[in-house]
Ligand binder design. Structure first.
Ligand SMILES: NC(=O)c1ccc[n+]([C@@H]2O[C@H](COP(=O)([O-])OP(=O)(O)OC[C@H]3O[C@@H](n4cnc5c(N)ncnc54)[C@H](O)[C@@H]3O)[C@@H](O)[C@H]2O)c1
Length: 336
């Protein structure tokens, strides 16, 4: 059975890491076909807009997109394309696994934490931002809803069930932010009761930061509001060696977009030294989503074995390989 996905190669190192990723996907024989569409600087130069209608239509049509990093031009009038995509498709769940791999410069081993971040509301959105005329008072609204909290908490529990996870921890600041964070915590407590097979735990966000550094192995699935999730998921990426191995998924009702967490790395673009692992791990998440979990596992295992052998890996991982040689090493292993 074949399935077409929308593919955005992206800016900067995007085309290089996307080529490597598609080579590995093709070697896996997953029956995927690609509709290549554009966004970001490439689209701006070619079509005069950062996010062309044809790109949105292709993502809507196929329901699944694999996306390289996009450069958001600096300056007024350009808002983040990633935020625009989340809004357009109501991609309410941002899912970021942090998994230990060998041969990295990580400080910890055996970490396996998934952060599920609410992606559409809360403090991160900075709704209604104002600055008084005298420049003295800046404010914005923090708006969480029962509907928003319910769907993200339920998503986290369903993910825990689907992935055979044992525990969900709801991270909040309800002791101080009594309404906005309190609503999220109330909803989490209610929904947890529907999943007696999954342990439920709640933790205040500042303590969570300390606990993640002191004893990260106590965490399994973390579910939290938008801004806390933004910060905690980077902290978790740091536990496993940084953004080079950090995939992300933005999931809505009918559309899911998979991407690397890192950006377009203009400083190394075009030099064939970018590490393709984060995008490949995002592709592995995509295969899980497309009900091909054994293929996703093959990608993760190939990355693990290649890193362990330090075989043709890129300079960020201490190797002297290139993006292309790294891809070759991975292709050999997924085929083996
Ligand atoms: N998801 C996205 O599309 C996304 C995410 C973050 C930033 N951005 C955009 O990317 C551009 C650059 O942002 P930035 O420099 O702050 O962050 P960045 O993640 O692009 O780069 C930070 C540092 O990490 C290195 N790096 C990143 N990815 C790497 C890889 N795969 N292999 C080896 N090294 C890698 C870079 O060389 C750089 O030194 C900006 O325009 C920003 O808006 C896009």
């Amino acid at each position: 059975m074949s399935k077409t996905i929308a593919v955005i190669r992206g800016d900067g190192i995007g085309p290089e890491i996307m080529s490597a990723t598609l080579e590995v996907l093709d070697a896996l024989d997953c029956g995927l076909e690609y509709e290549f569409v554009e966004a970001g600087m490439v689209a701006l130069e070619k079509h005069g807009e950062l996010l062309p209608r044809a790109t949105l239509d292709a993502i809507a049509k196929h329901g699944v997109a694999l996306k390289g990093p996009l450069t958001t031009p600096i300056g007024k009038g350009f808002s983040s394309l990633n935020v625009a995509l989340r809004k357009h498709f109501d991609l309410y769940a941002n899912v970021r696994p942090a998994i230990s791999f060998p041969g990295t410069r990580a400080r910890y081993e055996n970490i396996d934490i998934i952060t599920v971040r609410e992606n559409t509301e809360g403090a991160y959105l900075s709704e209604g931002q104002t600055l008084s005329d005298d420049g003295e008072v800046a404010q914005s609204i923090v708006r969480n809803t029962r509907t928003g909290a319910s769907r993200i908490v339920r998503y986290a529990f369903e993910l825990a069930v689907a992935k055979g996870r044992k525990k969900v921890t709801a991270v909040h600041k309800a002791n101080i932010i009594k309404t906005a964070s309190g609503l999220f915590l109330d909803v989490a407590r209610e929904i947890a009761k529907e999943y007696p097979q999954i342990a439920f735990d709640e933790m205040i966000v500042d303590n969570t930061c300390m606990q993640l550094v002191m004893n990260p192995w106590q965490f399994d699935v973390i579910v939290t509001t938008n801004l806390f999730g933004d910060i905690l998921s980077d902290l978790c990426a740091g536990l496993v060696g940084g953004l080079g191995l950090a995939p992300g998924a933005n999931i809505g009702k009918g559309v899911a977009i998979f991407e690397a967490v890192h950006g377009s790395a203009p400083d190394i673009a075009g030099r064939n030294i970018a590490d393709p692992c984060a995008l490949l791990l995002a592709a592995a998440e995509m295969l899980d989503h497309l009900q091909m979990p054994e293929k996703g596992t093959r990608i993760r295992n190939a990355i693990r074995a290649t890193l362990e052998a330090r075989d043709r890996v890129t300079p960020d991982l201490g190797g002297s390989g290139t993006t292309a040689t790294f891809a070759d090493a991975l292709v050999e292993r997924v085929r083996a």
